[in-house]
Design a protein around this ligand. Structure first.
Ligand SMILES: C[S@@+](CC[C@H](N)C(=O)[O-])C[C@H]1O[C@@H](n2cnc3c(N)ncnc32)[C@H](O)[C@@H]1O
Length: 422
């Protein structure tokens, strides 16, 4: 079998990384303070994160969606600000999103290969990996996946087609991505009935006028058809209600099809290049457990805000720590003057107000009403609405210790974070 080799190719080197619990977020206070976290979000390099997860999760993840940098040699800025609406560019600004810059193809493969090897180890025997790339690197990735999974475990090469403007004049517009799906074994999950689609009205009409139209094969028109391996979903730039401003965000409908097809409710769905949290949003909406993360703080902030607004179950935020990394420096945002916060203490709740001049540069803020100085228990979150309206300057949260210390954590639109303790 042909195998892809390059000068620096090696088996993954073990990394002694650990996960340090930073916070438990109770979306809009739901489940606070006792309900255990159902989903996990990690901040840090995913190679280290996966090594840290392997002792507990080897062979246990049912579905992994991976949407890594595509080897485009570009930088992808994020759009932040009020409503990042492309029709009103005066209201947003560009800030650092994530880089996709590589000194060589070898360096890119050095990043991709060990992660794919380890994701294969994490997959359950019935599990499936979906690797999302485009023309820049998908040919190389196909060979890597053939080597790691075995070519007989290629389930599908899915082509996602979309429209959009392009400056290209010297070739056809490049408007598709490739998603390579591999299963860990022959007995994999594929919920065909969960992803059926209505037949095209013209097909229904043809069969209504002539039952012989299918040359002896009559489809079950009511049940719907199994989607082809090419999918059309509009890009997120056209989906005003979904846009987070995070670059290269994928449509939630695309992820929902993958989650429905290749996992069952209650199972574990992972995305270690989670970006804006599309897989997290799809998986949690469909009743799966989510595990994932990103190396970029902005990605983790965007996913946190997205889950805090949409999830109904608590989730944890874990920091990926490498050996020798000082824990204190890794876990605490810088402390700011507590004078910016006003607190009204009620019988079993607190009303927390932030100074109004602070709100403009903020993306979201959250409150731990019983701060003990270790893990942050986010009992309430104020999130900047993506399209219309302002960031709320006041939050009312339940508390079990009305006289206790209160910690407010803030995330700024430029990506920074801070906390104040009263
Ligand atoms: C194509 S984007 C993912 C977009 C995502 N699917 C969405 O819908 O928003 C790739 C992401 O991989 C992240 N990333 C790149 N290298 C990483 C690494 N070594 N560990 C964790 N995340 C990484 C980037 O920060 C970026 O957010």
């Amino acid at each position: 079998m042909p195998v892809l080799n390059w000068a620096t190719k090696t088996d993954p080197h073990p990394i002694r990384a650990t996960l340090k619990l930073d916070s438990i977020i109770y979306p809009q206070g739901k489940g606070y303070p006792g309900e255990p976290a159902q989903h996990t979000l990690m901040i840090g390099d995913n190679l280290a994160a996966i090594w840290a997860l392997l002792p507990e999760f080897e062979g246990r993840i049912h579905l992994i969606y991976a949407d890594p940098p595509f080897f485009t040699n570009r930088r992808y800025p994020a759009r932040v600000g009020r409503g990042e609406d492309s029709r009103r560019p005066s209201e947003w600004q560009l800030v650092e999103g994530y880089p996709d810059h590589w000194p060589s193809l070898d360096a890119y493969l050095d990043m991709l290969y060990p992660r794919l090897v380890l994701m294969h180890r994490l997959l359950a025997p019935t599990g499936t990996l979906y690797l999302h790339l485009d023309w820049h690197a998908n040919a190389y990735a196909r060979l890597l996946l053939d080597e790691i999974f075995g070519p007989e475990y290629l389930l599908n090469e899915i082509i996602w087609v979309y429209h959009g403007p392009s400056p290209i004049r010297s070739a056809f517009n490049r408007k598709h991505d490739t998603i390579l799906a591999y299963t860990k074994s022959d007995s994999y999950t594929f919920n065909v009935d969960a992803v059926r689609q209505p037949y095209d009205p013209s097909t229904v009409k043809t069969f209504a006028s002539s039952p012989k139209a299918g040359f002896g094969k009559i489809p079950d028109l009511k049940r719907g058809k199994v989607p082809e391996d090419w999918w059309y979903f509009p890009v997120v730039a056209r989906l005003h209600n979904e846009r987070s401003g995070y670059p290269t965000q994928k449509p939630q409908a695309l992820l929902e099809r993958i989650v429905l097809a290749s996992s069952n409710p209650g199972e574990l769905v992972a995305d270690f290049f989670c970006g804006s949290g599309t897989t997290a949003a799809a998986a949690t909406r469909l009743g799966r457990q989510f595990l994932g993360g990103d190396v970029a703080a902005r990605a983790v902030h965007t996913t946190t805000a997205r889950l805090a607004a949409s999830s109904t179950a608590p989730f944890s935020l874990q920091r990926v720590l490498l050996p020798g990394q000082p824990i204190a420096a890794a876990v605490q945002p810088p402390i700011v003057d507590p004078g910016i916060i006003q607190i009204e203490r009620l019988a079993s709740s607190l009303r927390v107000k932030l100074a109004s001049d602070l709100l403009d540069p903020l993306d979201y803020w959250e409150v731990d009403p019983s701060w003990e100085g270790g893990v942050f228990h986010s009992a309430g979150q104020a999130i900047r609405p993506r399209r219309k309206g302002n960031l709320p300057g006041e939050l009312c949260v339940n508390t079990t210790s009305p006289a206790g210390r209160v910690c407010v954590r803030m995330v700024f639109v430029d990506g920074g974070a801070a906390q104040a303790v009263v």
